[in-house]
Write a protein that binds this ligand. Structure first.
Ligand code: ADP
Ligand code: MG
Length: 271
């Protein structure tokens, strides 16, 4: 389906391309791979009973992977009380009148919950493996942490390489922490990274590059990144087997539907 025309030409003028990380450069198929429990008297099952219940209040892909893992351990989960999302950081809820937090290191810092020095090397190792680490605390005590992995799409590296060959400046943007972002970027050959970016700040990154004179294409999966897809000179939303190009300025819209299941890779369609 094609509407309008001149944005097709615009595609030839794109000089910078920003990839969203999760679900775009990676498969978006998140799963729990490691658990480190820090609280001495806490069993793994009890840990996931608390964390899994807390994550029942969130619809973030991270939350879904934790709930799935807790259920695979036969934990009895229940909806949390007073659950709130803290943008770019995680979630907070109340369990038996006490505060439960799950999220990144920034969430711990904001709530003055110290990180035990002894886990720093393990944390660094997990992040070097491109994993996202989620910390869980209850009543101001750090209970433990969970590492979540997501596969990098096999064609991501060659796509980035080809774009660079065509003199396109390639960037990656993510809400994830700097270390995990750098590890994923390294795997796919991207050196320019915007990490720890809030969903609404993704738009600013597009605008910044536009102000520097770039014609910007933004590639995302539509989760968290719709405003930046709309702000870019060309927005490219890729889903499972579909690619959707659109440009708000020129009423251009193209949808390529892959009717052969996974045989055509959306990332390959970019080049
Ligand atoms: P992105 O989708 O790019 O990861 P988000 O802004 O959605 O960006 O999330 C940023 C970070 O906030 C995540 O990497 C994670 O560390 C934390 N976070 C978000 N939602 C949750 C959640 N439900 N549970 C734990 N951590 C979360
Ligand atoms: Mg995303």
């Amino acid at each position: 389906m094609i509407k309008g025309g001149h944005a097709l030409e615009m595609a030839h003028h794109v000089s910078a391309l920003i990839f969203d990380k999760t679900g775009t450069l990676t498969e978006g198929n998140l799963r729990v791979t490691d658990t480190i429990i820090l609280s001495p008297s806490l069993s793994e099952k009890k840990f996931y009973q608390l964390l899994g219940s807390a994550e029942m209040g969130s619809n973030h892909p991270i939350a879904r992977s934790i709930v799935d893992h807790a259920q695979s351990l036969s934990c009895n989960l229940s909806q949390p009380e007073e659950s709130t999302t803290i943008p770019g950081m995680g979630i907070q809820c109340i369990i038996q009148q006490k505060s439960f937090l799950a999220g990144n290191q920034k969430l711990l810092e904001t709530n003055n919950i110290p990180l035990n020095d002894s886990i720093e090397s393990e944390l660094a190792q997990l992040e070097e493996q491109c994993k996202t680490v989620i910390f869980a605390s209850y009543n101001d005590e750090l209970l433990g942490l969970v590492a979540i992995a997501d596969n990098i799409k096999p064609e991501a590296f060659s796509t980035v390489k080809e774009l660079k060959k065509r003199n396109i400046d390639v960037w990656m943007v993510t809400g994830d922490n700097k270390h995990t972002a750098a590890a994923v970027a390294h795997e796919v050959g991207i050196t320019q990274i915007y990490a720890q970016v809030l969903p609404e700040q993704k738009v600013d990154k597009v605008l910044q590059l536009q102000r520097r004179g770039f014609k910007v294409a933004m590639v995302g999966d539509g989760i968290n990144d719709s405003p930046s897809l709309a702000t870019a000179d060309i927005g490219i939303a890729i889903g499972a087997g579909t690619v959707c190009f659109f440009s708000s300025s020129s009423f251009f819209f193209l949808l390529i539907l892959n009717s052969y299941g996974t045989r055509i890779s959306p990332l390959n369609l970019l080049i």
